[in-house]
Design a protein around this ligand. Structure first.
Ligand code: NI
Ligand code: MN
Length: 223
């Protein structure tokens, strides 16, 4: 069974019995999170923006973990002496814990040094049979209807903060289109321009008969 921890912003740790996977590891803003306590083997980055790339380079080096990302983002990490796996959109990539596929996100991508980051991505994970869709930064897109049909995600991690991504109202539609039974909001309240009304999101989600799990990063407990 995969254990999902919300680190904050768009950062998550997916923990299997003996391995951990980090997604968009902007972990520095959560002082309670200590990556040294986890056996991190793989790091996924949806796009090059600093709030998603986060501390990927530092963690990958410390944990000898591999960064999987779009080629431009991977090349940047390689230049920083990290092990990487460059991938494009649209193909299952296999790992010993399962598989993942990079899908389009409607957003931009640049690296901390200003260089072009290639396309932005959403990532769908299949970990021990549980399908988790991490939307990255994106707007609402009818692609989600196709993902419901093809991938049948169980859990959807959706940005709700607006301004750079979809907002509460669009995320509610996204949840419906994706058909995931559990939806976890992300990418809100970290910065002044992405404030979101969580109660409103939860209320609107109830109408859809979806389990809206609002995870509080402050409550992270690590064993
Ligand atoms: Ni971004
Ligand atoms: Mn972002």
């Amino acid at each position: 069974m995969v254990d999902l921890k919300y680190i904050g912003h768009s950062a998550f740790e997916f923990k299997t019995k003996d391995k951990s996977i980090l997604v968009d590891p902007f972990v520095s803003h959560n002082e309670k999170y200590d990556y040294n306590k986890s056996n991190i083997v793989d790091i996924f980055v949806t796009h090059g923006h600093a709030d998603h790339l986060g501390e990927a380079v530092e963690i990958a080096k410390a944990k000898k973990a591999v960064i999987t990302a779009i080629p431009e983002v991977a090349a940047y990490c390689t230049s920083k002496k990290c092990k990487t796996r460059p991938v494009g959109l649209g193909s299952w990539i296999n790992y010993d814990w399962g598989r993942a596929i990079f899908l389009p996100a409607y957003h931009s991508s640049s690296l901390p040094d200003g260089s072009y980051g290639g396309v932005a991505a959403s990532i769908l994970f299949d970990i021990e049979g549980v399908r988790i869709f991490h939307a990255g930064d994106t707007c609402l897109t009818p692609d989600f209807k196709t993902y419901k049909e093809i991938y049948r995600p169980n859990i959807a991690l959706l940005p709700i903060g607006g301004n750079y991504t979809m907002d509460v109202e669009h995320a509610v539609v996204a949840a419906d289109w994706l058909g995931a039974k559990t939806v976890i909001p992300m990418h809100y309240n970290t910065f002044p321009e992405i404030q979101a009304d969580l109660n409103r999101f939860a209320q609107l989600m109830q109408v859809n008969n979806t389990n809206c799990a609002i995870l509080n990063p402050a409550e992270i407990k690590q064993d």
